[in-house]
Design a protein around this ligand. Structure first.
Ligand code: NAP
Length: 312
């Protein structure tokens, strides 16, 4: 089968031929039709999980997939051959299977779910990691209707879902972005859009909207505690700040480092929200699998607008 893999940490991802994986007991094998890009993919290639989880090389990249169950391992299983499924490849060792490969084997109790009838697999593939992250972050902040949320990096995968989920709950979303993205963010439900490249104007705009400060901050961008703290300075007393970039540790009890948790049931909730039209899946770009190395380099440089998916 074809796969995009790296031969070592920090090696260039490239297209390789590999043997098809066989499903172990309790696993399903999925013929992948679409994979979605997440920054986690190049972060893993850089060694983000080195020393945390075992890895195998060549390490097949990719977490999020949608496809059809193609083979069932021995033992009980909640899926059947032919089922359309979406999910995340999370079981160690990292790289044994990856979404950027024609086939993945995943434990049947891992974060996978059936794709509802009529939902294109292309749409489904873009949902698992970014949708799960957005939903879990929103519940971790416990922000209620009528309150406010500042999202830094709102134009990307997580931010696009988070903006919609929060707006649907009646939360005022201030989307902090780079560039002229007011129209895009407004269409996703943002109350206001501010530019992070002019910090003084950003602060003035937020203070004008919410003179007492915002109720919550989700920072998807800052890679140092000082930058995170500068956004957190816009919080109201008792406000909650969450980062996905691991920079909250020294900051205090109301500031949290977010870590995505496996949640197959949440995937069902997300696909239902998409099927009912409550949640839009913003697929910005579709590319053939062969273009994944260039797309990963592009994502590392920035500029994501919604999700990029690969057709296998
Ligand atoms: N801890 C966890 O469990 C977890 C879970 C999910 C995601 N994450 C992490 O969270 C981050 C975001 O994920 P994602 O999937 O949303 O990534 P993404 O799709 O690549 O989006 C990132 C967005 O941030 C924007 N951005 C970058 N620098 C910015 C700045 N200074 N000001 C405003 N916007 C800026 C980018 O656009 P421009 O470059 O055009 O500004 C892009 O739209 C990634 O680092 C990811 O690894 C962590």
């Amino acid at each position: 089968m074809r796969a995009i893999a790296v031969s070592a940490f920090r090696a260039e991802p490239c297209l390789v031929e590999m043997p098809k994986p066989d499903p172990a007991a309790g696993e399903v094998r999925v013929k992948v039709e679409y994979a979605a890009l997440n920054p986690r993919d190049w972060q893993i290639a850089d060694g983000a999980l080195d020393g945390v989880l075992p890895h195998v090389f060549p390490l097949v990249l990719g977490t999020d997939f949608a496809g059809r169950v193609d083979m069932i391992g021995s033992g009980d299983n909640r899926f059947r051959v032919g089922d359309p499924v979406l999910g995340r490849v999370t079981a160690p060792p990292v790289g044994r299977c990856g979404a950027y490969g024609d086939y993945v084997c995943v434990p049947q109790d891992s974060p996978i779910a059936l794709v509802p009838r009529d939902m294109p697999l292309r749409t489904a593939a873009a949902l698992p990691s970014a949708g799960t992250t957005a939903a879990q972050i929103l519940s971790s902040t416990a922000v209620r209707s009528g309150r406010s949320l500042l999202v830094v990096g709102a134009t990307g995968g997580v931010g696009s879902f988070l903006t919609q989920l929060a707006a649907a709950r009646g939360i005022g979303v201030v989307a902090a972005v780079r560039g002229d993205e007011g129209r895009r963010m407004g269409a996703l439900g943002a109350t206001a859009t501010v530019d992070t490249t002019d910090p003084e104007a950003l602060e003035a705009a937020v203070r004008e909207l919410y003179p007492g400060g915002v109720d919550a901050l989700v920072d998807l961008v800052s890679t140092d505690a000082a930058s995170f703290a500068s956004f957190a300075a816009l919080l109201a007393d008792g406000g909650v700040a969450v980062t996905t970039r691991g920079v909250a540790a020294p900051a205090g009890v109301a500031w949290a480092d977010f870590r995505i948790a496996p949640a197959p049931g949440l995937l069902d909730e997300l696909t239902s929200a998409v099927a009912s039209g409550e949640l839009e899946v913003p697929v910005d770009m579709e590319l053939p699998l062969e273009k994944a190395p260039q797309a990963l380099a592009q994502n590392r440089a920035g500029g994501a607008r919604g999700k990029t998916v690969f057709a296998l």
